[in-house]
Design a protein. Structure first.
Length: 114
């Protein structure tokens, strides 16, 4: 997989150089604009052909899925602390749920409950 990645990277640099040379050729040599614009068209087409392969090769989610299949799944251990301390946020959840209930009730029901 590493050799394919290196090959695609080298090929993409070559295509990028080709596209840049074609753009410079179109701008600098108007006498042969047809040749350079054709070269630019094929360079852009080659870029569009190789771009999906580069995206797949360098996509982090693809690498993560590949690593998950090979190794054991990562499960949190007891030594890891949770990101949010639930005991500190319980009152916030209770307040928001009670205020939402009051707002969702019609006014005549709220008057009767008070």
């Amino acid at each position: 997989m590493q050799t394919i990645r290196q090959l695609l990277t080298a090929f993409s640099y070559t295509i990028a150089l080709w596209v840049v040379a074609s753009v410079v050729g179109v701008m600098a040599d108007p006498a042969r604009a047809g040749f350079w614009s054709g070269s630019l068209m094929w360079g852009v087409l080659a870029t569009l052909v190789i771009a999906p392969a580069l995206i797949v090769m360098y996509d982090p989610s693809f690498e993560t899925a590949e690593n998950d299949e090979v190794g054991p799944s990562a499960s949190p251990t007891d030594s890891q602390k949770p990101f949010v301390d639930e005991s500190r946020t319980e009152h916030v959840a209770q307040e928001s749920s009670s205020s939402q209930e009051e707002e969702s009730l019609p006014e005549w029901v709220r008057e009767q409950t008070e």
